[in-house]
Design a protein around this ligand. Sequence first.
Ligand code: 7TS
Length: 412
Amino acid sequence: MTNTSEQLLDIEKIRKDFPILHREINGKPLVYFDNAATSQTPKQVIDCIVDYYETKNANIHRGVHSLSQIATDAYEAAREKVRAHFNAEHSHEIILTSGTTHSINLVANGYASILKPEDEILVSAMEHHSNIVPWQILCQKTGATLKVIPMSHKGELEMETYKGLINENTKLVFVNHVSNALGTINPIKEIIEIAHDVGAKVLIDGAQSAPHIKADVQALDVDYYTVSAHKICGPTGVGMLYGKEDLLNMLPPYQGGGEMIAEVTFEKTTYAGLPHKFEAGTPNISGGIAFGAALDYMNSIGFDAIAAYEMELLKYATSELQKIEGVTIYGTSPEHKTAVLSFNIENLHPYDIGTLLDKMGIAVRTGHHCAQPIMEFYKIPGTVRASFAFYNTKEEIDAFITALKKAKSMLL
Ligand code: 7TS
């Protein structure tokens, strides 16, 4: 590591915030390189959850009693933190969901009553299954056509083909900000502008970008943006759907139930306004509050410093990995992606490599990463994916490379 990168973050101090990083796995110090699946949770966020149950636990938006008001205020303060972080204009444009999958399904379900059989929707070739399957279901319901924006061998979207595919029948475009399997950072601003030129709306899946890039939904002029808190140091089971006010108002509710209504009779129900229309039932209250704490934590470190430090890690890991004979790295060069290394070693199955690495305390993901079309594109069964976070270190990368060499020699 260069002096510059060491100066970027106080890694020793940061690592003290994450109790899990100090445990052993299979008798070896844990090296956690599966951050794209879920990030680890700092003490500040864990404490926030404990504090909620110790001092604030009550159902929200319904009690006249003080405790319910305290819990409601904390939950709504978290929504405001999410709004401020992503720079939405209004806090009611932030729907707190159970995560990205829920957010995407909410929008897809809403368009079932809007799309017509002659409509077309575009999805990129490098999506997670949760940004493919809901749109396929939508097409089955409406008769609309799903078209695919192809990717190049380098792992980048083919923008010229995209421009050729989009037309006045295109109603919706779905692209991830960052690919989970490759790490590619997609040119979403350009994608949004091109879609808006024909009047299409754009949903950006921000599940993989949120840990690395602070998105400004107004500057992007994005129509819908989705995030899962568990990938940004928050808890599982909570996330957000951002939508422009008029576009959220246009969609019918996703689920019916308590808290999403204005008035109910057996003849007719009228719905609550945003955001409550889309938040039926008791939500993940502690999770929502902790989502806010996670954003506070990440912002206290700073996204510019996080991105710069992770880039140093990625460049170092890439150059060390390339020194191992028989390695193929999938995806674009470090400058155009987040800290993800998706690779294979000639004549070895990714699963075998992952299993041996685990025996040496190193956690990576292996397989298709819920992005089977990418694997089909490269004609491979899957990859080994090492994904880094700001609390990882160069020493951990050294341990990973040593373990990888050992695994290779054991398997070949
Ligand atoms: N979209 C992308 C780009 C993702 O990476 C994931 C999860 C999802 C959507 C779904 O998020 P969820 O929180 O609703 O489950 N990605 C991964 C992964 O790469 N490994 O495990 C989960």
